[in-house]
Design a protein around this ligand. Structure first.
Ligand code: AKB
Length: 311
């Protein structure tokens, strides 16, 4: 049975991931850590990921054999405070990789579609392609992809990772991402019947429903390592859409729903520098990645779950 340490356990992905991992591997085998102290159940420790010594001690005491390193700033927040983003995103990752190396742990950390930039091919973006991102978040993600590959080839750490698209969930709101509009729109549809999008009509980005993202992490970590030609930064996507397409899908269930636009130039510039749609075929071939939710199926589930949560 795995013994897993999760950083950033109260974040958008972490808070749902911990529950899933505990269902699979047992509550006592998953140590949730976060800089915030709000945890309600199961093993939890406060951890600032820039404190490598404490990270080592917690992993060692817990007897962890797997590190899932999620703590990071997202794209829009990182753009507001680039130096802090570098220190947190890169400092945290270096500490986590060092702990994984010392304690011989299997290792997962996510990259993102943010690792691509304006010179990357925009449509069906290949697994291996030009990566010259123009955001601090993107610079962190490319450096992180390279570092994870380096720790595998140089030190034999079993590093694995995916490039997540925008993630959509009814459980925990995201914070500080460029793709967050695709979550907000569902909340506002139910709460107010209309949504003002900070991303312009016609801006396509890759997206994925949270259950598929969580399953992808589990599947990649359980995959036979000898079959992986890549290890880190697998392109994975479930759908690509632009704001008016989500609005049209919501309208099928809430006919009076309306969308209008008030574009935020900072987040729009980030979105414009990212691909329209990425090619996930290497992940499918090497470890069987397959998403279950498309826009239609996700919209039905999001609206049902959010109605129950909000009404
Ligand atoms: C963001 O928008 O920053 C994230 C991402 C795509 O990495 N959701």
């Amino acid at each position: 049975m795995k013994r897993i340490l999760v950083t950033g356990a109260l974040g958008q992905i972490g808070s749902e991931l911990v529950g899933k991992l505990r269902d699979i591997y047992g509550e006592d085998n998953v140590l949730a850590t976060d800089i915030r102290e709000e945890y309600s159940y199961g093993p939890f420790e406060v951890l600032d990921v820039t404190d490598g010594k404490r990270m080592y001690e917690l992993a060692n005491q817990f007897g962890a054999d797997t590190m899932i390193h999620m703590a990071a700033l997202l794209s829009a927040t990182a753009e507001k405070n680039p130096l802090f983003a570098w220190n947190l995103n890169m400092g945290g990752l270096m500490n986590a990789l060092e702990v994984a190396k010392e304690l011989k742990m299997q290792f997962f950390t996510p990259s993102s579609i943010g690792a691509f930039g304006p010179s990357t091919p925009k449509d069906n973006t290949p697994q291996d392609t030009l990566q010259r991102p123009t955001t601090m978040y993107g610079v962190n993600k490319v450096a992180g992809e390279l570092l994870c590959d380096y720790y595998f080839t140089r030190f034999g750490v079993d590093t694995r990772g995916v490039r997540f698209p925008g993630l959509i969930s009814y459980a925990t709101p995201p914070g500080g991402g460029t793709t967050d509009y695709a979550v907000d729109i569902y909340y506002k549809a139910i709460e107010q019947g209309h949504y003002t999008s900070y991303i312009a009509e016609g801006t396509y980005m890759d997206m994925m429903y949270m259950p598929d993202a969580l399953q992808a992490i589990v599947d990649l970590m359980e995959a036979d390592g000898s079959k992986l030609k890549h290890r880190n930064a697998f392109n994975i996507s479930a759908m690509s859409f632009e704001p008016s397409q989500v609005a049209a899908e919501i309208k099928k269930h809430i006919p009076s729903f309306k969308i209008n636009y008030n574009v935020d130039p900072v987040r729009q510039a980030i979105a414009d520098s990212w691909p329209n749609s990425i090619d996930s075929s290497e992940a499918a071939e090497q470890w069987g990645f397959k998403a279950q939710y498309d826009l239609e199926k996700m919209t039905v589930d999001m609206l049902n779950k959010l109605r129950r949560k909000l009404e």
